[in-house]
Design a protein around this ligand. Sequence first.
Ligand SMILES: Cc1ncc(COP(=O)(O)OP(=O)(O)O)c(N)n1
Ligand SMILES: Cc1ncsc1CCOP(=O)(O)O
Length: 204
Amino acid sequence: MKFPSKGLYAITQTEAKSADAIIAEVRAALQGGAVVIQYRDKTTREAQPLASALLQECHRHHAPLIINDDIELAAKIGADGVHLGRDDGSVAAARQLLGPKAIIGVSCYDDLAKAIDMQGQGVDYVAFGRFFPSNSKPLASPAHITTLQQARQSINIPIVAIGGILPDNGAQLLAAGADLLAVIGGVFEHDPEQSARAYQRLFI
Ligand SMILES: Cc1ncc(COP(=O)(O)OP(=O)(O)O)c(N)n1
Ligand SMILES: Cc1ncsc1CCOP(=O)(O)O
């Protein structure tokens, strides 16, 4: 499945939630208009059954499921792609295991040179952030809106912004050059369907 060129990229919140609750929340976010889902699980639960159920749910809504960190899990369940951070393995390894059609995204934090390098390595999107303080990842280091503006000039794959993004602070990131807004708390700490709708209105 192709990575969307714009829209809400919703990332699961998994701590202290049952698999059924996570599936129901993801379904609601998709109904509200999320165009991509990322399964991000820092718990010790057995990931494969939940990730497979989320993949089915995503495909019912024609949205790709991206697996955070874990290339092997993505391969095992046939996910649409993987998101790689600093310590999560190379783009080449992911491409080799997942194949030419897989979506590969990378965290570039506040580093435009890295994003340009990653684009050259054939990734499908680059992500910058965090732009605002994030309860979901309080120690994430800050990125500057000027980085998004510069990225817009030199990057021609989708640009994702992340970190503390709410319906009322997201528009400035889109104006600066982001194509997609990646969100955990703003969607999953509230009514996910209504929240997703509020983000979706930023893209109309
Ligand atoms: C879309 C998107 N952007 C950035 C991140 C952060 O990834 P990473 O730096 O690997 O940190 P963790 O998410 O693993 O804590 C992301 N997950 N998704
Ligand atoms: C995973 C990650 N990386 C940088 S900020 C962040 C968390 C984003 O979550 P929220 O939308 O709740 O701030």
